[in-house]
Design a binder for this molecule. Structure first.
Ligand code: SF4
Length: 171
């Protein structure tokens, strides 16, 4: 079975002289568990969504990172992957979906359109210039037009690193 080497559990275990004792705060362990089971929301906005779907295929196997469980309800997911062009008409729906996600929640902006409006930045009356403009806080930006599935997996690993690093801030 493939192992997610970006989140080694051994890093949370410290050996004591003469024995083995797990030394970790419960927050460390919760953050480790959260980072290893980021369930995405099932939705896509445009061409980038095809690459997101490809990331779930056997060639790329997003399940290795605990993120293969795409949920149909925002109430059951941890991460929103904004994959594609955000039309102004879609903006309110996007904000509503984000509001319905339970805390802690994370957002990945996948592709230039969701980051800044991409090729529609200039001369478009119907496209939002990035999810930031909607007030949705982005945790990780995955650049490209479109980004390849490997880029999305890299973004996922960066999000995992961000979540597990929060334990250090909290201590
Ligand atoms: S960034 Fe490129 S591939 Fe992605 S939605 Fe925009 S135009 Fe399509």
């Amino acid at each position: 079975m493939a192992v997610n080497e970006s989140l080694p559990f051994a890093s949370y275990i410290e050996k004591m002289p003469g024995g083995q004792v797990i030394l970790a705060t419960s927050e460390d362990l919760f953050n480790w568990a959260k980072a290893a089971s980021l369930w995405p929301l099932t939705f896509g906005l445009a061409c980038c969504a095809i690459e997101m779907m490809a990331a779930g295929s056997s060639d790329y196997d997003i399940d290795r990172f605990g993120s293969g469980v795409f949920r149909a309800s925002p109430r059951q997911c941890d991460v929103m992957i904004i994959s594609g062009t955000i039309c102004i008409k879609m903006g309110e729906s996007l904000k509503k979906l984000y509001a319905q996600m339970p805390e802690p929640k994370y957002v990945i902006a996948m592709g230039n359109c969701s980051i800044s409006g991409g090729i529609f930045y200039h001369d478009s009356y119907s496209v939002v210039k990035g999810a930031d403009a909607l007030g949705i806080p982005i945790d990780v930006y995955v650049t490209g037009c479109p980004p390849r599935p490997e880029n999305l997996l890299h973004g996922l690993i960066k999000l995992q690193e961000k979540i597990t690093a929060r334990k250090a801030e909290a201590v």
